[in-house]
Design a protein around this ligand. Structure first.
Ligand SMILES: [Zn+2]
Length: 317
């Protein structure tokens, strides 16, 4: 599912052969396409005046049934096959939008850091490969405070990975995770999530702006309330052209979210609300013919939604 342009491939080959000589060329066929794509230039496009890159934070490894407890094992096996996952687990990408608008350089979420999954936490190295210094990021937007979206916020020494940024956080999301009674409200297996969210939200509190649906992050980039995956989840609308919807985890998989929007996602906190807002968001992108960027779709996760029967279809590209 990972795509790389011929031009990117040629640049990669020439860079490798310069660095390592002809032995690197001989070794190239041993690299998987995913590894080649990761080492290549990030996927980049213009949305109106905004210059958007998709920076990979690596991938997660999850049990297949987390994709949806509503799917049969046979349906999950078919989806895994289509996604190119061959080891019986799900390997969702983690696609972090980097948006240059005017004088702002904006990241949407900070990834897993080194705390959540050994196959994730690649944001810093991939930003460096794209020539972006951590200090150059002016704004960070959190779609929600789950581990794979915010645990990359704080470095091991307690300082911020992006020290000069303003942090835009959904007001409802912030209130949920910082509730002093959170641990009595959440099942025990989510307590680590809460401890992590509290660590990261506390770390940015002096640089934080609380937002609600409809608020501008900057002119042309606004928050959309999409609660359900978490109680205060937000997605983003980027203006320019027919627009771009940045889903966060309101949509979690490019097959399931579109073709079975009524199926629960294993990590949805309030499933009926997540399903309602997922449909609402897809209806909006179909009506507006806007592009979509999914955090967990196969890298780079950029495409379009189409109506298909009584559901939808995702068309990459
Ligand atoms: Zn996620």
């Amino acid at each position: 599912m990972t795509r790389i342009t011929e031009d990117q491939y040629r640049r990669l080959v020439s860079r490798r052969s310069v660095l390592k000589g002809s032995a690197a060329l001989a070794a190239l066929p041993l690299l998987s396409w995913t590894e080649i794509a990761r080492a290549a230039e990030p996927h980049r496009f213009m949305q109106g005046d905004a210059d958007v890159s998709v920076i990979s934070d690596g991938e997660l490894t999850l049990p297949l049934n987390v994709l949806s407890p509503d799917a049969t094992p046979e349906q999950l096996a078919e989806i895994a096959k289509t996604m190119g996952w061959t080891d019986g687990s799900a390997h969702p990408s983690t696609n972090i939008p980097l948006i240059r608008m005017g004088s702002d350089l904006i990241l949407v979420d900070t990834g897993s850091g080194n705390r959540f999954a050994p196959t994730a936490g690649k944001l810093s190295e991939n930003l460096a490969a794209a020539g972006v210094e951590p200090g150059a990021i002016t704004r960070v937007v959190f779609t929600h405070a789950h581990p794979d979206h915010v645990w990359g916020t704080v470095l091991d020494d307690g300082t911020l990975r992006f020290p000069n940024a303003t942090y835009h956080v959904g007001a409802t999301e912030h209130a949920f995770w910082t509730d002093p009674d959170i641990f009595s409200k959440l099942p025990e297996n989510f307590h680590d999530f809460a401890r992590g969210a509290q660590r990261d939200l506390a770390a940015v509190k002096d640089r934080m702006v609380l937002v609600k649906g409809g608020d501008d992050i900057v002119t042309g980039l606004s928050a959309i309330d999409t609660p359900g995956h978490t109680p205060g989840h937000i997605s983003l609308a980027l203006a320019g052209g027919d627009g771009l919807i940045i889903t966060g985890d309101a949509l979690s998989n490019q097959i399931i979210s579109f073709e079975h929007p009524g199926w629960k996602f294993g990590f949805d906190a309030i499933p009926y609300l997540a399903i309602a807002n997922r449909r609402r968001l897809i209806d909006r992108m179909v009506a507006d013919k806007s592009a979509v960027l999914g955090y967990h779709f196969a890298y780079p996760g950029v495409g379009m939604a189409e109506a298909s029967g009584d559901a939808f279809r995702y068309v990459a590209g």
